[in-house]
Each structure stands twice: as structure tokens, then as C-alpha cells.
Design a binder for this molecule. Structure first.
Ligand SMILES: Cc1cc2nc3c(=O)[nH]c(=O)nc-3n(C[C@H](O)[C@H](O)[C@H](O)COP(=O)(O)O)c2cc1C
Ligand code: SF4
Ligand code: SF4
Length: 397
């Protein structure tokens, strides 16, 4: 029921462990497989001399060493409550100074893991920005070691050159296994970037990575930056809406399969990516927050959903909502829709009145009422009302 195939690779389910710390060593790869992953993408391998051009703030870091601590999770202001994450609330995973794998380390890992797991193993590589040959030198040994595909980490460094489709072309010249381009969102329109990468020969596209952005959070009482006084990379659901929109636009512009990444924490998140056209999803931050078991939980959640809806295959709902997505200009502009308050539910708190930018709400005897002539139909009061007393109603004209 959950089986999917993309770029000739067969997966028992569409939940892939993404390239990050959970896939940085052999034990992690095994645990991802045992946790229920349909496939694994390894942590990226880089040559130690890799230049972090364009990222002044990480230039000159010592290789082989790392700051400690280097992970931080937040979902409640400056604190973190694991229960909220389990319930599906937004959270952010921050990391600083994450080490990469050396190519020879990754080769050894792939040789070993291929003997002990029977799911596809995808080798992630990251070459220097302007050295196509370096990408080739990284890719070839991964294929020889038995990798089922190569994922090009084109998203880690936020510079335009990194989306250079020539990197895809160069790697395709030297390997015969599928090549997946992992993109980041920064400057290019996915509807232009996608076809460029596809025409360069990418067999699939992973979209969309987050880790180029420097981020931080501050504890004002302690007057200090949380937790290390520096810039963090950040993953997790905070960026999922951006990624979903990116994937939906990509799905309308390319034929190659798309792997949706960023903010997949629950089965629902995975289903969302599939509904906007993804063939499978990659999971990272959720493993940091909830452990490898989350992979199997997401897969079985998708299966339950499919049974409830009567879907036999992932393809039955892949891209199911793509058709209804239109650019804002094609929405119905100026519809006769106004707010209405359910008197039985309103407790007169006044929050809606505070929020209305059009002065359309008044309060009398602890009851809100809407002046339809003033109401702009913006819909904000529906969201701010703590009693769910406001709905939007289409007026008869
Ligand atoms: C600590 C850490 C290290 C990562 N390292 C890599 C990497 O080596 N290569 C890569 O392509 N992506 C890397 N990523 C990015 C993830 O694969 C993923 O794209 C990103 O975290 C967004 O997904 P998420 O919201 O599920 O975390 C890393 C993420 C984290 C948190
Ligand atoms: S829909 Fe907008 S304009 Fe109308 S009452 Fe609510 S907040 Fe005010
Ligand atoms: S926010 Fe809701 S409960 Fe409060 S006054 Fe407005 S309608 Fe009533």
C-alpha cells in the first residue's frame, strides 16, 4: 500500500531519513532503517578543504572540531516542551557548527550499511561551489561503494552559484545511478529553477532545504543569545509553509519526482507534501526531537489515513490538490463575504473588536455584533476569537 518508486528506486514507504546528524554514522543509518525509514540519505560528504564562500560568518572554522553544545530546540518562546511537539505544534531545531563526513568515511559507511539493510541508501555529497570536478570526485566512489543514488547538497550555502545546473550535469557524466538535486530557496523562482535542474539531467529533486539562513534567539532576562553566542542554522516546521508552496510550484513545472523536505514531523505533514505533488518525503528535525521511531510512526500514520480515505496507492492522492492552487490574482476578488457572530458562543471578551482594522465590531451587553457595511470581509476576527464564535458568511446579493 505504501510502496513508492521514484527514479527507478523502489521504497517500501515514502518516508526517508534526510541527510543530517541522524545519518552521520553507521549506527544512525541502522537505527533509521530499524525505525521504519523507506530509504536513508547519508550525512553529506565534503573534502575537508571545502570553501564556505559566501558564508562569512562560518569562514575559518577549525576542521574536525565542533562547538558544544550545538543543538537547541524551541517551541514555546525561549523554552521547549516535548509534549507540544508530539501534538504537532511548530518548533525550531537550531544547530551550530555541524561537522561533515570525509569522503572516505562515507564510502566505508556505505559499503558496510549496504550489507546490513535492505532499503535504498542515498549518498549525499557537497562539493566546492566552483569546482565541478570536485563533485565528480565525490560522486564516483559513492556509486562504487554501492549507493543507490546520489543526492547533491546544493542547499547548504546560500549563494546563487550553488544552484548551478552544471553541477548536476557534471555528476551525471560520471555516475549511472540516479542523481537527486537538493535545492534551497533563496533567489530563484522554483518554476524556473526546477526545469533548469531537470534539463541538466536531475532524476529527482529534493525541495526545499533551509540551512543557509543564519538564525538566532535571545533570552532577554538573561541578556544573552540562546544557547551559543553565534549564528545557528535552523530546521523544522517553521519553514514548512515555505517549502510546501515551493514544492507545489515545482510540481507544476517539472516531470521528475520531487522529495518534499522540511518540517515533516507527523504523518499529516507527509500527506501535505504528497498532496502538493511530492513522491516521498525526507525527515530530519523530527528525528532530533522524537527519535528514529518517528519515521515508522509517520509511515503508519499515512497508511491509516489511506485506509480511512479508501486510497490503495500513494499515487491515488499524490498532487490531489495541485489543480485547485491558483496565483492570488486568480482568486475571487471582492466577494460578498462578511463576518457573523454566533450569539450563543460569544462571551463578550472584546478580542475581535480590538483586532478589527475596519471598526466593524461593536460590543453591547457582553455581546459582539458586526456592522456588515463596515466589515471588509478580511476574516481576522475568526482567528482571534477564543470562543470560535465568529464565522464568515456569504451574503445574498
Ligand atoms: C544538524 C543538521 C545537519 C544537517 N546536515 C545536512 C547535510 O549534511 N546535508 C544536507 O543536504 N542537509 C543537511 N541538513 C538539512 C536537512 O537534511 C533538512 O533539509 C533540513 O533540516 C530541513 O528538514 P527538517 O525540517 O525535517 O529538519 C542538516 C540539518 C541539520 C539539522
Ligand atoms: S472580517 Fe475583518 S473587517 Fe470584518 S469584522 Fe472581522 S476583522 Fe473586522
Ligand atoms: S472575540 Fe469572540 S467571544 Fe470575544 S467578543 Fe468577539 S466574538 Fe465574542
Amino acid at each position: 500500500m505504501l510502496e513508492v518508486e521514484f527514479a527507478g528506486i523502489k521504497l517500501k514507504n515514502p518516508v526517508i531519513a534526510a541527510s543530517a546528524t541522524p545519518t552521520i554514522n553507521l549506527d544512525g543509518l541502522r537505527r533509521a532503517a530499524e525505525g521504519g525509514a523507506g530509504a536513508i540519505v547519508t550525512k553529506s560528504a565534503v573534502f575537508p578543504k571545502k570553501v564556505v564562500e559566501g558564508m562569512e560568518y562560518v569562514k575559518g572554522r577549525p576542521t574536525g572540531l565542533k562547538p558544544s553544545p550545538r543543538f537547541m530546540l524551541l517551541n514555546k518562546g525561549e523554552t521547549y516542551d516535548p509534549r507540544l511537539t508530539k501534538e504537532g505544534s511548530y518548533f525550531t531545531l537550531f544547530r551550530v557548527g555541524e561537522p561533515y563526513l570525509k569522503p572516505e568515511e562515507l564510502v566505508r559507511m556505505i559499503e558496510k550499511i549496504k550489507k546490513s539493510v535492505n532499503i535504498p541508501v542515498i549518498a549525499s555529497i557537497a562539493g566546492a561551489v566552483d569546482d565541478l570536478e570536485e563533485w565528480q570526485r565525490l560522486a564516483k566512489p559513492m556509486q562504487e561503494a554501492g549507493a543507490d543514488a546520489i543526492e547533491l547538497n546544493l542547499h547548504a550555502i546560500p549563494i546563487v552559484k550553488y544552484t548551478n545546473p552544471d553541477i548536476v550535469r557534471a555528476v551525471k557524466e560520471v555516475v549511472s545511478i540516479p542523481v537527486i538535486a537538493k535545492l534551497m530557496y533563496g533567489w530563484e523562482d522554483p518554476t524556473e529553477l526546477g526545469p533548469k535542474v531537470e534539463n541538466a539531467g536531475a532524476d529527482a529533486i529534493t525541495a526545499v532545504g533551509t540551512f543557509g539562513f543564519p538564525t538566532m534567539e535571545i533570552d532577554v532576562e538573561a541578556s544573552r543569545i540562546l544557547t551559543q553566542p553565534s549564528y545557528y542554522g535552523a530546521g523544522g516546521p517553521w519553514y514548512r509553509p515555505v517549502s510546501l508552496a515551493f514544492v507545489s510550484r515545482l510540481a507544476k513545472s517539472v516531470k521528475v519526482p520531487i522529495l518534499g523536505v522540511t518540517g515533516v514531523v507527523t504523518w499529516k505533514d507527509a500527506v501535505k507534501y504528497i498532496m502538493v505533488g511530492a513522491a516521498a518525503v525526507e525527515v530530519s528535525a523530527a528525528i532530533y526531537a522524537r527519535g528514529y521511531r518517528v519515521l515508522g510512526e509517520i509511515a503508519s500514520g499515512i497508511e491509516d489515513f489511506m485506509r480511512r480515505k479508501g486510497y490503495q496507492r500513494i499515487d491515488d492522492f499524490r498532487g490531489s490538490i495541485l489543480k485547485e492552487i491558483v496565483p492570488p490574482v486568480k482568486l475571487e476578488w471582492g466577494p460578498p463575504i462578511k463576518a457573523a457572530v454566533d450569539e450563543a458562543s460569544c462571551d463578550g471578551c472584546g478580542d475581535c473588536q480590538e483586532s478589527c482594522f475596519y471598526g466593524a465590531i461593536s460590543l453591547e451587553e457582553k455581546l459582539a455584533s458586526v456592522d456588515s457595511d463596515k466589515c471588509d470581509g478580511c476574516g481576522l476576527c475568526v482567528w482571534v476569537c477564543p470562543s470560535k464564535a465568529v464565522t464568515m458568511q456569504r451574503q445574498r446579493v
